[in-house]
Design a binder for this molecule. Structure first.
Ligand code: NAD
Length: 433
């Protein structure tokens, strides 16, 4: 039965990045603590990994199109760089704050370790509402932000990538600004770039592709036939839209998707091409032809087999988790589930593919992009996708084995694997001086 509640029409600027009652940093530390307890980490290394190594806040002026000068607040956080250069996206969002960035940086450390990529974890961004800014204003803001954090960046030190509300064009401005300061082109300073300046084949949809590779593995565990399985996807941006497309390609029926203004439902399956066109023309999926409007709350609670939260953190909470009916929750977003919600989902038998595994396809192909930029030799899409699949399936297998060995769920198993790798690297390097 189709749901009947209607969607609130909430503009993206009014949406908090995290519901105020849930601090993303608090969630990240509690998830880490669970793994540290289980691993019995020694107190010293446990304390080291619990904190971000470096946190930079910048306040910088930008000249707006109307001649006014506005001051923006930007951040770049390195959580840990023991295993390699800092890696993590840039987010532009009205409610972005240092706590969010800290949490997102810590999740990047675990994600890179879980899939065995030789990078540390970072995140950055600017508190702004890109929907209310012109392309020229966005460009000036990006170039000034990059200039103000330039001493952190570099292909050997810190390599940003796209995140919420940033895209290949923004990455091109990052690459160009950094290169102008250096006096020569440095493609390896950022990933998720356009192909014309050293981007990689397959990067744009790598995160969604990875989400679906892992849903296929999870479905095997549950003996769930993906052919005609019903999927609901929260967020129809880079990760959500590509997850929808690949789910459709493997035979699933995408019955609902949403964005910051609300959701749409069609029990027979949504026409994804029409939805994409409607979103391009109107800025939202809401109101697309042959769909029924639903709210984001309705979407999470739909009767479906697969749920892909692919919007922001803190969306699945103790309040709505008991109503979630999906058999598989594949976390396209970072941090969409609180620890309390995790416990409820586990008790209800829902299989959660945790963010640090589920959405690791993006950073995996970012790593491939960085390697290609350094080699100045580019791979085919077939090579990229085959290597991506191999990397994610190996990680999924290792996480499953860790889970079976310690009788823990996939999140705790993925965390244990990742934290153990970072702890081992820390102890092997030793504490300087
Ligand atoms: P995006 O900006 O391309 O898309 C975000 C989508 O979420 C948009 O459709 C937006 O309207 C929607 N949204 C925003 N607030 C919402 C709300 N309150 N309710 C419902 N929908 C809402 O961003 P993205 O790059 O697709 O990132 C989405 C998530 O995936 C984030 O958590 C990000 O950190 C994570 N992620 C992204 C990548 C990547 O490669 N881009 C990789 C790994 C993880």
């Amino acid at each position: 039965m189709a749901p009947t509640r209607s969607a609130p029409d909430v503009p993206s600027s009014a949406q908090p990045s995290t519901p105020p009652s849930v601090s993303a940093w608090d969630v990240a530390q509690r998830q880490y603590d669970r793994a540290a307890d289980k691993l019995n980490l020694s107190p010293g290394v446990r304390e080291v990994l619990r904190h971000a190594k470096r946190e930079v806040t910048v306040h910088f002026p930008v000249q707006m199109d109307n001649g006014e000068t506005r001051v923006f607040h930007g951040y770049r956080v390195w959580h840990n760089v023991v295993r390699g250069p800092a890696k993590g996206g840039l987010r532009y969002h009205p409610s972005l704050n240092l706590d969010d960035v800290r949490a997102l940086a810590m999740w990047m450390t675990w994600k890179c370790a879980a899939v065995k990529i030789p990078f540390g974890g970072a995140k950055g961004g600017v508190t702004c509402d890109p929907a209310a800014m012109s392309p020229r204003e966005l460009e000036r803001m990006t170039r000034r932000y990059v200039t103000d954090i330039a001493d952190m960046l570099g292909p050997d030190s810190d390599i940003p990538a796209p995140d919420v509300n940033t895209n290949p064009q923004v990455m091109a401005w990052v690459m160009d600004t950094y290169s102008m300061h250096r006096g020569h082109s440095v493609p390896g300073v950022v990933t998720g770039k356009p192909l014309s300046i050293g981007g990689s084949e397959g990067r744009a949809d790598a995160t969604g592709r990875g989400v679906v590779y892992l849903i296929q593995e999870a479905a095997k565990m549950l003996d769930l036939d993906l052919d005609d399985a019903r999927a609901a996807i929260q967020g129809f941006g880079n990760v959500g839209a590509s997850s929808a497309r690949f789910l459709h390609e493997v035979g699933a029926r995408v019955v609902a998707v949403s964005d910051s203004r609300g959701g749409v439902f069609n029990g027979d399956g949504l026409d994804l091409a029409t939805l994409t066109r409607h979103k391009q023309e109107t800025g939202s999926v809401v109101g697309a032809p042959r769909t029924q409007t639903i709210s984001n709350a309705d979407l999470l609670e739909l009767d479906c087999d697969i749920l892909v939260p692919a919007a922001l953190e803190g969306m699945i909470t103790a309040e709505n988790a008991p109503q979630i009916r999906a058999r598989i929750v594949a976390e396209g977003a970072n941090g969409p589930t609180t620890p309390e919600a995790d416990d409820i989902l586990r008790a209800n038998g829902t299989l959660v593919i945790p963010d640090i595994l589920a959405n690791a396809g993006g950073v995996t192909v970012s790593y491939f992009e960085w390697v290609q930029d350094r080699e100045e030799f580019f791979w085919t899409i077939e090579e990229i996708n085959a290597r991506l699949r191999r990397a994610l399936l190996r990680a999924f297998d290792e996480v499953q084995r860790m889970g079976a060995e310690h009788t823990v769920d996939l999140r705790l198993a993925a965390y244990m694997l990742a934290v153990q790798r970072v702890a081992e690297a820390t102890l092997t390097r030793g504490i300087y001086p």
